[in-house]
Design a protein around this ligand. Structure first.
Ligand code: GLU
Length: 425
């Protein structure tokens, strides 16, 4: 009997939409959310699917599937990035759009949530092909995007260049320069100082707040960071700056471990000179990517993909603090096990909210035509992440739930309150 119980499969799923709903339902039950509000927030307010024919360099035409899901505009214009990946599908984009609604509410910025995606493999496309695809997507979405309507930003495999193509295409359609229609732009096109570092910086601030609660000393903390893109590399850099020892880092091609600590500025320099990859990094041992998650460290920051910690590896996690730099890196089935193990998880919708917070600052600067110093941006971001942390912490204590459910509760209450005031027809 006992054996049978031990072997019991944990209910789990790799579908990010199911993962999102599992938490949303728990939070909704916890605060006794009424059915009307629940039914409105359960579904996206708008789903746009486009098929984009694009000339490829070899003379052929390829049709790409593009999505933009507007989950909610209750708190303001919808906000959220655009990702380019072969994994993009309707459910993933729907989940990510809803996460943006909760994330913006937790960050206390006046936005709803959205997400976009194009199913493509950017590593196999030329710059010209990516440009034509991005411009085709922008033309198709010209009536969806808007400074006060829906504001895209970078996400997985998109960055300043794609945002520049979007602002250029959109501005040509509107016959005026409209920098506020997208954030994460290059500085020369109205981007904000500090936006590049913002998500990783926010991860660090959220981590420091959590460490204070756990009475962890940064100088005695060993950290492992999964993912060395825009989020993970800055998170690792800031961790080291704050005195932590980052013993493991990784990218999609491999993980690197040195119990004495990895020199992060050097690793960034190496990556930049090595076509964006850590492959061949000196001064660390190459290990398997899955093994990085199971290292004997105090702090783990998954800053790569969804579904990295799940029912099959969660028992092997040794960190006492996990900070989600990525969106959805822990499946809902792993949540309970981590809670039972006494691991503190700082959820994505709080931990990586520094990115969209500085996107908001960029948008404010674009609207005012007045630009802030980096110090201004960082000071305001730090204060905002600390405030969001404290709000979620309070909810989690009040309702005796995890930080994740506390964050969902905070977000749900805010959106539900605004919805009551706005009403519908
Ligand atoms: N893609 C980022 C996220 O998932 C940033 C979104 C934004 O800045 O609008 O939070």
């Amino acid at each position: 009997m006992k054996q049978k119980e031990n072997k019991k499969e944990i209910k789990d799923s790799n579908n990010p939409l199911e993962s999102m709903f599992a938490r949303f339902d728990t939070a909704a039950k916890c605060i006794g959310l009424d059915d009307e509000t629940y039914n409105v927030l359960k579904v996206p307010s708008k789903e746009i699917i486009v098929n984009l024919p694009v000339y490829m360099d070899n003379g052929s035409t390829q049709v790409f599937h593009g999505y933009r899901i507007i989950h909610s505009t209750i708190l303001g214009p919808s906000k959220g990035g655009i990702r380019y990946s072969m994994e993009v599908d309707l459910d993933e984009v729907k989940a990510l759009a809803a996460w943006m609604t909760w994330k913006c509410a937790v960050a206390d910025i006046p936005y709803g949530g959205a997400k976009g995606g194009i199913k493509c493999d950017p590593s196999k496309m030329s710059k010209g092909e990516l440009e034509r695809l991005t411009r085709a997507y922008t033309v198709a979405m010209a009536d969806v995007f808007g400074v006060d309507r829906d504001i895209p930003a970078p996400d997985m495999n998109t960055g300043q260049q794609e945002m520049a193509w979007i602002v250029d295409t959109y501005s040509k359609i509107k016959r005026e320069f409209v920098p506020g229609v997208v954030t994460g732009k290059p500085l020369s096109l109205g981007g904000s100082l500090g936006r590049k570092e913002a998500t990783g910086r926010g991860v660090m601030i959220a981590t420091m707040e959590a460490m204070e609660k756990l009475k962890m000393d940064p100088r005695k903390t060993l950290a492992a960071v999964q993912g060395f893109g825009n989020v993970g590399s800055y998170a690792a850099l800031y961790y080291q700056e704050r005195g932590m020892k980052v013993v493991a880092i990784s990218d999609a091609w491999g993980a690197y471990y040195n119990p004495k600590g990895i020199d992060i500025p050097k690793a960034i320099e190496y990556r930049d000179a090595n076509h964006g990859r850590l492959t061949g990094l000196k001064g660390a041992t190459k290990i398997e990517n899955e093994d990085l998650l199971e290292l004997k460290v105090d702090l783990l920051a998954p800053c790569a993909l969804e579904n990295q910690i799940h029912s099959h590896n969660v028992q092997k996690i040794k960190a006492k603090l996990i900070v989600e730099g990525a969106n959805g890196p822990i499946t809902f089935g792993a949540d309970n096990v981590l809670q039972e193990k006494g691991v503190l998880v700082i959820p994505d919708i709080l931990a990586n909210g520094g990115g969209v917070t500085v996107s908001y600052f960029e948008w404010v600067q674009n609207r005012n035509g007045y630009y802030w110093t980096e110090e201004d941006v960082f000071n305001k971001e730090d204060a905002s992440v600390k405030n969001a942390f404290s709000n979620c912490w309070k909810e989690s204590k009040k309702h005796k739930v995890t930080m994740r459910i506390g964050a969902y509760i905070f977000a749900l209450q805010k959106v539900a309150d605004a919805m009551k005031f706005r009403g519908h027809f």
